[in-house]
Each structure stands twice: as C-alpha cells, then as structure tokens.
Design a protein around this ligand. Sequence first.
Ligand SMILES: C[S@@+](CC[C@H](N)C(=O)[O-])C[C@H]1O[C@@H](n2cnc3c(N)ncnc32)[C@H](O)[C@@H]1O
Length: 324
Amino acid sequence: MGSLSPVQLLAELENLVAAPPPDLLAETDLRAKLYQASKRAALALEQPTEVAVRLLLAHPVESTIVNIALRLELFSKLADAEYPPLSLASLVESTGADVELLKRILSVVAAFGAVKVGAGSYTHSPSYKTLADPAFGNANPMDPKNTAVQRAFGMADAYLIGILLQKRAAGQAFGRLMSTWGEVNALLQHLYPVENLVEGFDAEISKVMFVDVGSGYGQKAIALKQEFPELLGRIAVQDPAMSIEQAPTVPGIESQAHDFFTEQPINHAKVYYIRQCLHNWPDDACIQFLRHLGDALKPGYSKLLIYKQVMPERGASEWSPYRM
Ligand SMILES: C[S@@+](CC[C@H](N)C(=O)[O-])C[C@H]1O[C@@H](n2cnc3c(N)ncnc32)[C@H](O)[C@@H]1O
C-alpha cells in the first residue's frame, strides 16, 4: 500500500472527490491515468455480489434513468439554470413530470453523480454537460461536424476521425478496437466468392487486385490475404495518414495514406472494397466518396464491394448494431 495506510488513502480519495483540483480536471494525461487507475482500484476491491449488482442492476438502471432524464430534458434544464439551483417545484413545472416520480428519478441520477443535490434544490454536474447539450437530445445529427462528439471534446469544425486522430491515444485505441473487435466477423471471403476475383484478375489492366478503402490498419485485407495467399496482384489498404502509419507491416499488403473525400489514387484495380465506413456519414458525404471510387473503376472489369450492416426496422437483435 506504499506510505499511505488504507484509512489515509480513503481520506485522500474523499478530499479528491469533494474538490477535484481544476488543473487536474483539465484534459491532462495524469487525469486520464488517475481515472483509469481509480476504475481498476474499484474492480480490485469489488466483491462477487457487487459485481452482480453492478452488471445486472446498476448498469441497466443507470442507462434507463439517463434515458428518462434525457426525455424530460432534465440535464439541459439544470445546466441552463446552473445558478441559482432549481427547486423540485420548478422542475416539476418545467418537465410536467409527477412530483413523486421526479423525486425518485433525481435521487437515482444524483446517486451516480449526474446531478448535485442541495437543500431541496438541484444543480447539474459538469461532467454530464454533454448530456445537457440539445445536440444530444432530440435533433437527428445530420452535420458530421456538429454532433455531440465535437461538443464533448470542445473541438468544432472537425470530423470524428479528425478528432480521434488528433487525440493520439484515442485514435490508437480506436484503431486497435477496429483491428481486433469482430476480427473473425463477417469477413469478405465468407460472404463473397473470392475465387471469381482471382479468376477475373488481369494484370494488363492494373497490377492492383484489391484496394481496401477506409481500411483501418488493414485488418480485413490482411485476413483475406492470409486465407487466400494465391490472390494475385497487389493489395493496397488506405486510411488517413495518422491512422495508416500505425498499420502493421505485412508482406504483400501496401499501406497508403488516403482521404476518401479526394480522388482515388489507384485506377482500374479489380476490386475496391469499402467496409463499415458509410454509417459514419450522411448520405451526401457517402455519395461524394463513392463517386471518387466510381471514377476509379474500369467499366466491365472493376468491382466495388460495399459491406455495411443494415438494421432491420423490426426484429433486430441486441447484437445487430455491434456486428462489425
Ligand atoms: C468503422 S472503421 C472500419 C475499418 C475497416 N474498414 C473495418 O471494417 O475493419 C471506419 C474507418 O474509416 C476511416 N476513415 C474515416 N474517415 C476517412 C477518410 N476521410 N478517408 C479515409 N478513411 C477514413 C477510419 O479511419 C476508419 O478506419
């Protein structure tokens, strides 16, 4: 336990909780490390019953209550009126909710730190400010540079991927997630007769067989090459520069920095593959980057293969949104 006894450590932690130093709360590495360490410490101390309660009760209740609070616009109302704090009566009036129900909701959201409770009054908790943003509420986000993500990171005028890549650790975590999560899920070679591509390949037209556009670290093209070593021709994987530079070096796979909103640098390849990219963009942006791919195709020879999961309106499973 080092130089602090558990009792002293507890006192230090309680001081931190009561008044976190503002310079620590600013986006620093130390804050991120402390946050992660405190979560690991909680896991190290957790007892089996607490695990069951956390997973089976606390998480579902928390997300349900947050959803109810969002529907009542509780977070934005509290944030708007940060000072003076709002009374229960004024919240009843502005939300139209039943007083007893509202009291119960507020006590639960207060329990997990989303609002602060004074003497009969409530203020919002700064760490929940993203949920107070109207962009998080009812509006259907259509502008990819104006979503809850830009507000959460305080970075206007940047796309999600630009934000992630500027936050190096977040960008790397995203890249790792993409290259591990769903590693064996929905691979092209299990969905499409890849043998036809091998047969149809003509090196006279282009030496490039396969271009994986928006490839992440190239994980899916690598899996294809591993399973089909006989795949003739060059294989290129393309992602923005700061991402593709993290891609592993794999014989037979060429990494290329490319922004798919610009002209496709490889023309007349046999296959252009774009996997799990369209969902991040509104239709007009998808049309823009698909046009660039359309321009690169050789009519009658090249193929554009798009992989995208489509959520059925009815009958979606709880895994449907996550099948990467
Ligand atoms: C959800 S990941 C899918 C990765 C990979 N295709 C897969 O299925 O595992 C979306 C990818 O789009 C890439 N991306 C986002 N904006 C891009 C852009 N303007 N140009 C090229 N790639 C982009 C991201 O870097 C990321 O690798």
